[in-house]
Design a protein around this ligand. Structure first.
Ligand SMILES: Cc1cc2nc3c(=O)[nH]c(=O)nc-3n(C[C@H](O)[C@H](O)[C@H](O)COP(=O)(O)OP(=O)(O)OC[C@H]3O[C@@H](n4cnc5c(N)ncnc54)[C@H](O)[C@@H]3O)c2cc1C
Length: 569
């Protein structure tokens, strides 16, 4: 064990490999992944496939031959260009005795990265442990691949269907492998630049350790190769994985989840989507726009049940117009495979029905990665759905252990995970006592038009006892929407009578995600500084912008919008 406040030293190999056979960033990503998966490799980096070079930092037990073989097994060739053995000194830990690190973070997703970076910025020595692919869900299998596919499908749809008053562009049909390759390239680029390179930039203050971790005690982590690391505090940021319904027959049928749907080698002709929230709608619309026959089976009586009913209805209308079939109030029961098609049996309003398709996408939420972590043994409590219970300071029920991101009972968004990560590290290492405030949480579902909300829905505000006023503005009154020939959607504002504060904003508009942050500021400053709907009405909004719809919706509380002249005057 290293003693506190003394720099410690370690010996490392720094190897440069010449790689042949790489033709794109995906190739570089494959090589990096193959090297990173080799036991003893601490970090592998390719500055771009054109360079034809990989640099590897590894323990002294890793041989040059093993590195070359790992690259060969990935389908490329490698020759050792340089090999240096160096002694590196690590900064001392600042807190506690006999610790390898001040802070150990488990998981390199958005939550874990924010935690380890904050620890380094505060001047502490931290390590981050990753068992899977560096970067976690958002960059590899979540936000990034889904949003680039959504955008590609949007562009394709506009070119082939949307038309613009007689102007219609011809598209040649979707080249599925090219689409997947572009997506993979973007993922590889961003994983490298936003995760691998960022970790490397923190030098010796942040150590990346590869392996699957488990808590040995509340200050020790043991890896699957039995290495043990000790820290004063630990942050668990292990994320979540797709949930699958336990339908009868499910063991014998391969169904897709969000991860596998985005790596299909071939576009399916037909797709059943089980679920009716963000992932179901984003991927359902994307596949439909690319030419797959999509049917959505939603258990609740409507899509997106946490959103305003008017928005849910309008979204369903938009999707139906694009050829998506939607059934709500569906209870899926079983699944079988017949003649190369998957058959899902369901009950709808007491009636048994069967739906068949080439593929089935299970978009039924995510389950936390809390199994196998040894949490119960160290007194970290889980909630009834097995998410780690944390308070606003990201403290678990063990004072040495913090948790952040999708593994906790907090909303599953990467910006929430990242904010929580910084707070957890600060609280673990200092006595600042920071809290994560989720009172104003803007949310976006990236359908087209986008669904976005912040603050309370009308029903939530009513349940809290507010005396309400509500304004709903169809998009046909927003000049930007008229000029763009896309009037699908609406804006709904919920405000408190008397105080005139905005309590919630709900939009379904093209690029609705870009509008919602303005509404978030209005809600925040209403709650904290008395900013009113009248203040919003009085502000200048540029003409013609989509966000001008907020001002028009604010005016609609008092005026008939049909009687407004241009420029929201
Ligand atoms: C299809 C899809 C689309 C999404 N789109 C958006 C979006 O547009 N906007 C948005 O804000 N959010 C989006 N999300 C949600 C977002 O991706 C997550 O909220 C976020 O990535 C969670 O980050 P995290 O750090 O908590 O966990 P993760 O990113 O999941 O990271 C956890 C890491 O821990 C590692 N790990 C797990 N167990 C261990 C262990 N025992 N030892 C070592 N390592 C371990 C895992 O390998 C993983 O790398 C989307 C999610 C999905 C699935």
């Amino acid at each position: 064990m290293k003693s506190n406040n003394q720099p410690s030293t370690a010996t490392q190999n720094r190897i440069e490999l010449e790689i042949t056979g790489m033709t794109c960033e995906s190739c570089a990503a494959h090589v990096v992944q193959a090297l990173n998966e080799l036991e003893g490799v601490e970090a592998a980096h390719i500055p771009g496939w054109h360079s034809g070079r990989a640099t590897v930092t590894a323990g002294t037990a890793v041989s040059d031959e093993a590195l070359a073989e790992a690259v060969e097994q990935a389908g490329y060739e490698a020759a050792v260009a340089t090999h240096r053995t160096v002694t590196v000194s690590q900064p001392p830990t600042r807190n506690g005795d006999n610790a390898d690190y001040d802070l150990i973070v488990i998981g390199t997703g958005g939550g874990g990265m924010a935690a380890v970076i904050k620890a380094a910025e505060l001047g502490y020595r931290a390590a981050i442990i990753e068992g899977g692919t560096i970067g976690g869900t958002c960059v590899n299998i979540g936000c990034i691949p889904s949003k680039t596919l959504v955008r590609a499908a949007e562009a394709y749809h506009k070119a082939t269907h949307h038309g613009f008053r007689g102007i219609r562009t011809r598209a040649e049909g979707v080249e599925w492998p090219a689409l997947m390759q572009h997506k993979d390239e973007l993922v590889a680029e961003l994983r490298q630049s936003k995760y691998i390179d960022v970790l490397a930039a923190y030098g010796d203050n942040v150590t990346l350790i590869r392996g699957w971790a488990r808590l040995k005690t509340d200050q020790e982590v043991i890896l699957d190769d039995d290495r043990v690391f000790r820290a004063n505090k630990i942050v668990v940021a292990t994320g979540a994985h797709p949930n699958s319904l336990s339908l009868s027959g499910i063991e014998a049928v391969e169904v897709l989840n969000s991860t596998t749907a985005m790596t299909l080698k071939k576009q399916p002709e037909s797709l059943l989507v089980i679920g009716g929230r963000a992932v179901a709608l984003e991927l359902g619309q994307t596949f439909a726009r690319l030419g797959t026959q999509v049917t959505i089976l939603q258990r609740s009586p409507r899509l997106i049940p946490d959103h305003e009913p008017e928005i849910a209805e309008e979204v369903a209308e938009v999707l139906r117009e694009e050829g998506v079939t939607i059934h709500t109030g569906v209870t899926p029961q079983g699944i079988t495979e017949e003649n190369g098609h998957k058959v899902v049996t369901v009950e709808i309003n007491g009636e048994k029905r069967e739906f068949r398709a080439e593929q089935v996408l299970m978009a039924t939420g995510r389950r936390p990665n809390t199994q196998e972590l040894g949490l119960a043994e160290v007194g970290v409590e889980l909630d009834e759905r097995s998410f780690i219970k944390v308070n606003d300071r990201m403290e678990t029920t063990n004072s040495n252990i913090y948790a952040v991101g999708d593994v906790t009972n907090r909303p599953e968004f990467v910006y929430v995970a990242a904010a929580a990560g910084g707070i957890a590290a600060t609280n673990a290492l200092t006595d600042e006592g920071k809290s994560l405030n989720l009172n104003i949480l803007p949310e976006v579902i990236f359908t087209d038009p986008q669904i976005a909300k912040v603050g309370l829905t009308e029903a939530e505000a009513a349940a809290k006892g507010y005396h309400l006023k509500v304004s709903t503005l169809p998009l046909e009154y927003v000049p930007r929407a008229l000029a763009a020939r896309d009037i699908r959607g609406l804006i709904k504002l919920v405000a408190e009578r008397g105080s005139d504060r905005l309590l919630g904003a709900h939009v379904l508009t093209a690029e609705g995600g870009e509008i919602i942050q303005t509404a978030a500021l209005a809600v925040k400053f209403g709650l904290q500084h008395g900013f009113t709907v009248e203040n919003l009405r009085e502000m200048l909004f540029p003409y013609l912008t989509q966000v001008e719809g907020l001002k028009l919706a604010a005016q609609t509380f008092e005026k008939d919008v049909a009687q407004l002249s241009c420029c929201a005057g």
